[in-house]
Design a protein around this ligand. Structure first.
Ligand code: NAD
Ligand code: MG
Length: 397
C-alpha cells in the first residue's frame, strides 16, 4: 500500500485527488490530510478517508476540528501549525506527497517532502517559482521524484521520452520548443475598456476549469501562464526563450513538445484535473481516473491564437522575471498574491493587479539567490509583500 500525505486536501486539487485515491483502495491509503481553516470540510474528509493525522494550519481551527471528531471511532491525531504540515510531509510511512496548498504558504511542507525523498506530486507551482533551485536540488540530493500535476506540465512530461529526468537536457533529447497552452480565461473576448470593472465572481467563473479562487484570478490575468513559464523552466531544465505560449480556448490540448525533426507531440483530454492526478499517482503505470473519454467529434474544432500583451500585461512581467532570475520571480509571485487577495476582497480593481505587480517588480532591486536557504527566500518574499501592500491603490471600490 502506498501511503499518501495530501497537503491542501479541502481545495479543488485536494478534492479531486481524494476522488482518484478512493477509486483504488487496494493501492493507496491516506496517511495525513491538511487544510488551512476549514475544520468542517476536513472533519468530513477524515470520517470518509480515515487518515492517521489531520493538520490545520490555523491553531484555532484545529481546536474546532478536535471537537468535531470527538465522536469518531479511532479519530486521527489532530495537529496544528506550519511545522506540523512539514512533519506530516516527511513521515516514514508516507511514500507520496501531493503538494496542493495554494501560494508560497505551501513552500515549507513541499520542501520537507522533497528533503525526505518522497514522490512529490506538485500542484503548488508557487513553491517552484519562489524556491525552484532549492526544491530541485533537494529532489536531486535525496532521490525524490517530482511529478507535475499542473495540466500543462503533466502534458509536457507525458510528451517527453520516458527516461526523461531533471538534468537530461532538452537539447540532448532533440527538443526545440515547449508549447504551453492557455485557455485565455474568462476575459479573452471582453472589450479592453470593460476589464477594469469586472468582479471577482466574473473572474472566478472560468470557462473550462473548476478551480480555487486564486488560480482562477491568475488564469483571468494570465499570470497563471507566467508562473507556469517559470515552473516549466525548473521542471524541464530549460530557459524562458525555449517556452512558448499558445492561446487555445477549448482546453483540450494540454500542452505540446516540438522536436528537432518537425514532430510535435501533444497530450489531449477533457479538462479535468483527475487525469494528471491519476497519471502522477500511478506513473509509470496508468489507472482509472473517473474522467470520461475525450470525444473529438463533439469537440469538433481546435483553435489557436497568440496571447494579447495589451490584455495580459502580467505575462510580460513574468517573462521579465523569468529572464532576470534571482529574487525577481519571488517578487513577481509575492506582489501577485497580495494583489489577487486585494482584488478578491474588492479592495482594488482587476486591472490594478498588473499595475501592482509591475510597480513592485520594478521598485525592488534584483538580488542573486545562489546559496540562499529557504529562510532568506521567505524574507525576500515578505519584503516584496510589504512593498506590494504600499502599492495597492487606496481608493475603496
Ligand atoms: P484551493 O484554494 O481550492 O485550495 C487550497 C488548499 O490549500 C485548501 O485545502 C486550503 O485549506 C489550503 N491552504 C490555503 N492557504 C493555506 C495556508 N496558508 N496554509 C496551509 N494550507 C493552506 O486551491 P487549488 O485550486 O486546489 O490550488 C492549489 C494549488 O494547485 C495552487 O498552487 C494552484 O496554482 C495549483 N493548481 C490548481 C489547479 C486546479 O485545477 N485547481 C490546476 C493546476 C494547478
Ligand atoms: Mg495549469
Amino acid at each position: 500500500m502506498i501511503g499518501i500525505t495530501l497537503l491542501g486536501s479541502t481545495g479543488s486539487i485536494g478534492v479531486s485527488t481524494l476522488d482518484v485515491v478512493a477509486r483504488h483502495p487496494e493501492r493507496f491509503r491516506i496517511v495525513a490530510l491538511t487544510a488551512n481553516r476549514d475544520a468542517e470540510g476536513l472533519a468530513a474528509q477524515c470520517r470518509r478517508h480515515r487518515p492517521e493525522y489531520a493538520v490545520m494550519a490555523d491553531p484555532a481551527a484545529a481546536g474546532e476540528l478536535k471537537r468535531r471528531l470527538a465522536g469518531m471511532a479511532q479519530p486521527p491525531e489532530v495537529l496544528a501549525g506550519t511545522d506540523a504540515l512539514a512533519s506530516v510531509a516527511a513521515l516514514p510511512q508516507v511514500d507520496y506527497v501531493m503538494a496542493a496548498i495554494v501560494g508560497a504558504a505551501g513552500l515549507l511542507p513541499t520542501l520537507a517532502a522533497a528533503r525526505a525523498g518522497k514522490r512529490l506530486l506538485l500542484a503548488n507551482k508557487e513553491a517552484l517559482v519562489v524556491a525552484g533551485s532549492l526544491l530541485m536540488r533537494a529532489v536531486a540530493d535525496t532521490g525524490a521524484e517530482i511529478l507535475p500535476i499542473d495540466s500543462e506540465h503533466n502534458a509536457v512530461f507525458q510528451c517527453l521520452p520516458r527516461d526523461f529526468s531533471h538534468g537530461s537536457g532538452l537539447d540532448d533529447l532533440g527538443v526545440e520548443w515547449i508549447l504551453l497552452t492557455a485557455s485565455g480565461g474568462p476575459f479573452r473576448g471582453t472589450p479592453l475598456e470593460a476589464l477594469a470593472g469586472v468582479t471577482p465572481e466574473e473572474a472566478c467563473a472560468h470557462p473550462n476549469w473548476d478551480m480555487g479562487r486564486k488560480i482562477s484570478v491568475d488564469s483571468a490575468t494570465m499570470m497563471n501562464k507566467g508562473l507556469e513559464l517559470i515552473e516549466a523552466c525548473w521542471l524541464f531544465d530549460t530557459r524562458p526563450e525555449r517556452v512558448r505560449i499558445l492561446v487555445h480556448p477549448q482546453s483540450v490540448i494540454h500542452s505540446l513538445v516540438q522536436y528537432r525533426d518537425g514532430s510535435v507531440l501533444a497530450q489531449l483530454g477533457n479538462p479535468d484535473m483527475r487525469t494528471p492526478i491519476a497519471h502522477a499517482l500511478a506513473w509509470p503505470e496508468r489507472i482509472a481516473s473517473g474522467v470520461g473519454a475525450l470525444d473529438l467529434l463533439a469537440v469538433h474544432r481546435l483553435d489557436f491564437r497568440p496571447a494579447d500583451p495589451e490584455r495580459f500585461p502580467c505575462l510580460a512581467f513574468a517573462y521579465e522575471a523569468a529572464n532576470q532570475g534571482g529574487t525577481c520571480p519571488i517578487i513577481l509571485n509575492a506582489a501577485n498574491e497580495v494583489a489577487v487577495d486585494a482584488f478578491l476582497h474588492r479592495r482594488i480593481g482587476f486591472m490594478d493587479i498588473p499595475t501592482v505587480v509591475g510597480e513592485t517588480l520594478h521598485r525592488l532591486p534584483r538580488e542573486g539567490v545562489e546559496g540562499w536557504e529557504v529562510e532568506q527566500l521567505l524574507e525576500a518574499d515578505q519584503r516584496a509583500r510589504r512593498v506590494a501592500e504600499q502599492k495597492l491603490p487606496q481608493s475603496v471600490l
